[in-house]
Design a protein around this ligand. Structure first.
Ligand code: SF4
Ligand code: FES
Length: 364
């Protein structure tokens, strides 16, 4: 029997006041009418706890747009789950904070897109930087640990020092510096977002210096830019190995991006139990272990280290989720990544147009 998943990512809604260029949500966002009811989510939370999940991350879109968020947190805490809220901060009022704390919320991860209103608007196409500052204050005043996250890319890497200063000033205990992963809207905007090698090297120096300076006051984490790595990341600790994601409409996936893999039929939490989905569904079984691997992974000494990389990246770049992740130096498709990197490092005569995340009606 497959071991139990550790975490549940509950994507309560795809609705969001931000329009970030790097969003990993699917291009076909789900409209409000397709979202699961409170009753459905309460059942999913109970089933996750029965399955062995220990942490639930409430995410989106913007989860604060769901009026039943406190009710869902109460249920999760009643099932002895650790609860984390992943939010843009927009809509985080003092009254809302009180209700979430009373429900038992354990921690919050607040995203920022840049060090000031202008930088933030360039990435998120929303003029609400002051609301984020206010949210950080409310979170800290409510006694919740403030974790912050900033996605790094060509448009903000050069200002990493200033971004770290802002997060420090706002009271972050932990700051995740996440180099962009190219899925969903991020892949669509790859030419806009993929940095040059020089930019990355300079930013990594800043990260190392600030990490040492801030030791003991704010923890800094650096999420690797995988296009510049020789080997892929061990995505999700392997397919359907450690966590599961439930999308707003009840679709259940081994990771937040897998909905894009249209060659697999993913089950729905409206129709099947999480137990069946995790233990028996063909989509979750598809890439478990190492038996599915093609060459060069099958005879590679790293196959138990990176599990052949990311299935979603393989699908996004080659149309076949069972291929070796093209990030890998040994992959026969590695030129797809090399070409993008070469383009990012070549002199530019024009600036590519950004495509901001927006909801279009989904029919799937
Ligand atoms: Fe990982 Fe496969 Fe590349 Fe080996 S060949 S490093 S297992 S992705
Ligand atoms: Fe889906 Fe990597 S993001 S397996």
């Amino acid at each position: 029997m497959t071991s139990a998943p550790y975490g549940l990512l509950a994507e309560l809604t795809h609705r969001c006041p931000l329009h970030c260029l790097y969003c990993s949500n699917p291009l076909e966002l789900q409209a409000r009418e397709r979202e699961m009811s409170t009753e459905d989510w309460l059942r999913v939370i109970r089933e996750a706890a029965d399955l062995g999940v220990v942490q639930v991350h409430f995410s989106g879109g913007e989860p604060l747009l769901r009026p039943d968020l406190a009710e869902l947190i109460t249920e999760a805490r009643g099932c002895e789950l650790y609860t984390n809220l992943i939010t843009s901060g927009l809509g985080f009022t003092e009254q809302r904070a009180r209700s979430l704390v009373a429900a038992g919320l354990n921690s919050v991860q607040l995203s920022v897109q840049g060090e000031n209103a202008e930088a933030s608007e360039l990435v998120a196409a929303t003029k609400r930087f002051d609301k984020k500052r206010e949210a950080a204050r409310i979170i800290a005043d409510a006694g919740l640990p403030l974790n912050m996250n900033v996605v790094l890319h060509r448009l903000n890497l050069d200002r990493l020092d200033a971004i770290i200063d802002v997060c420090r000033e706002w009271g972050a205990e932990r700051l995740e510096l996440a180099n962009t992963q190219y899925y969903g809207w991020g892949l669509l905007n790859r030419d806009v977002l993929l940095p040059s090698r020089e930019q990355l090297a300079a930013a990594e120096q800043v990260y190392r210096r600030r990490k040492a300076e801030l030791a003991g006051t704010m923890e800094l984490l650096w999420i690797l830019p995988d296009y510049y790595e020789p080997f892929p990341k061990p995505c999700m600790g392997g397919w359907a190995a450690t966590a599961l994601t439930v999308a707003p409409d009840g679709g259940v996936y081994p990771c937040p991006v897998a909905a894009d893999i249209d060659t697999l039929e993913f089950p729905s939490a409206r129709e099947r139990s999480l137990y069946w989905i995790w233990a028996k569904s063909p989509a979750f079984e598809a890439f478990r272990g190492t038996g599915w691997m093609p060459e060069p992974c099958r005879s590679c000494s790293r196959k138990e280290i990176d599990f052949g990389g990311c299935r979603c990246q393989a699908f996004a770049l080659t149309g076949d989720a069972s291929r070796t992740d093209p990030v890998c130096t040994y992959s026969p498709d590695h030129h797809l990544v090399e070409d993008a990197v070469d383009k990012a490092n070549a002199p530019r005569t024009t600036t590519p147009d950004p495509v901001y995340r927006r909801v279009t009606t989904s029919t799937r």
